[in-house]
Design a protein around this ligand. Structure first.
Ligand code: TTP
Ligand code: CA
Length: 364
């Protein structure tokens, strides 16, 4: 039986909350700005409603530019704490629909989450669509906000489906429809592929997801390394076995730090990352545990947080692996956006007590 996973993404989240709080601005362009410590002049657009998007305004655009494009829009400062409270309540609603008494739930950002409902829907995609409608009505009824839902047999497909019909849509991609769904899609639309990967694939003559799926995996491994190369092949084929699983704090060891100044220079970012890895690994040793998951977090200059994780096939306690995979993930994150980074972090999770020998090398 195929898994059934929903991806829920709130529509124009911060701006939608502001509209709800002040319905008088509903028919106007609404732009939420992150002014940061550089004052109004240096601020970036956090998000905006769809009226503002039609005028050409988008996230990460300098607020000054937005104001020159649309001086009559409503400009509001970000109220992050308030949005977080709203988010927390929405996440509880979403979690209540997840299989395993809410266990199979994974929040991936302030306004997005995966919900596994394989059991809840009895493996039936039509019933899953009914559940998606109920969830949308529940969120609308309690928080007066709309969301878009993607339904698919795995996380990658659900995630890409949710952006198909926005705002306020439901997109259902059955197991049997995955091939068609991905077929003519440009590779840039595949969740997890950024500008640099897109360019590299283009140089290899690969423009569409189906071309990527047909590419020899060895060729991809040569170009991108084993983990990333295999992942590209699998993802393009619509295969993704990653579980829907929340990361819990007690099961993790991590550290974050700020860069001296906002930058996306690889050597500066990697040298701070290496320091954090050494520190995290010291704690891993101290607790005598091994880890199965590695997560790297970046906070961009506009305060946008992005995290990406890798799960290993078995627990390890080796610094080289932690370094190697953290670098790979960081390269992907640098690849996924052109913005400078403000803070970065690394953490390991799915901890287990190490038994006796720690590495093969130490054993012999
Ligand atoms: P998104 O889900 O990317 O965007 P959105 O909810 O505003 O719009 P959409 O309808 O297209 O989903 O991001 C969620 C929130 O995160 C967004 O409301 C504001 C914040 N955010 C930033 O602060 N900076 C950014 O660059 C982006 C993309 C989002
Ligand atoms: Ca959203």
């Amino acid at each position: 039986m195929s898994r059934i996973i929903l991806h829920v993404d709130m529509d124009y989240f911060y701006a939608a909350i502001e509209e709800r709080e002040d319905p008088s601005i509903k028919d106007r362009a609404v732009v939420v700005c992150m002014y940061s410590n550089r004052g109004e002049e240096g601020g970036a657009v956090s998000t905006c409603n769809y009226i503002a998007r039609e005028a050409g305004i988008h996230s990460a655009m300098p607020c000054r530019l937005a104001k020159s494009i649309k001086p009559d829009a409503v400009y509001l400062p970000v109220r992050k704490e308030f949005y977080t409270e709203v988010s927390d309540r929405i996440m509880e609603i979403l979690r209540s629909y997840a299989d395993g008494d809410g266990e199979l739930f994974e929040k991936i950002s302030i306004d997005e989450a995966f919900i596994e409902i394989t059991d809840g829907a009895g493996g039936d995609f039509d019933r899953a669509e009914e559940i998606a409608k109920r969830i949308k009505a529940d969120v609308k009824g309690t928080e007066d906000l709309t969301c878009s839902v993607g339904i698919g047999p795995n996380k990658i497909i659900a995630k890409m489906a949710s952006s198909r019909q926005k705002p306020d849509g439901i997109t259902l991609i059955r197991d049997s429809e995955v091939g068609d769904f991905l077929k003519e899609m440009p590779v840039s639309k595949l969740w997890g592929i950024g500008n640099v990967t897109e360019e590299k694939l283009s140089e290899m003559g690969i423009e569409t997801v189906s071309q990527l799926a047909e590419c020899d995996v060895q060729e991809l491994i040569e170009a991108f390394g084993k983990t990333r190369g295999t992942w590209l092949k699998m993802a393009a084929s619509g295969i993704d076995d990653s579980p829907v699983k929340e990361k819990t704090a007690s099961d993790q060891i991590g550290r974050m730090a700020s860069l001296i100044h906002d930058t996306r220079k690889r050597d500066l970012v990697m040298s701070l990352l290496d320091e954090l890895v050494v520190d995290v690994f010291g704690k891993v040793r101290g607790r005598n545990v091994s880890f199965r998951s590695i997560t790297v977090t970046v906070i961009h200059s506009n305060f946008r947080t992005i995290t990406r994780s890798r799960t290993l096939s078995h627990p390890v306690a080796e610094k080289e692996i932690l370094l190697d995979i953290s670098h790979q993930i960081m390269d992907e994150l640098l690849d996924s956006s052109t913005l400078n980074l403000r803070r970065i972090g690394v953490r390991v999770g799915s901890l287990q007590e190490s038994k006796g020998q720690k590495t093969l090398a130490e054993f012999f």
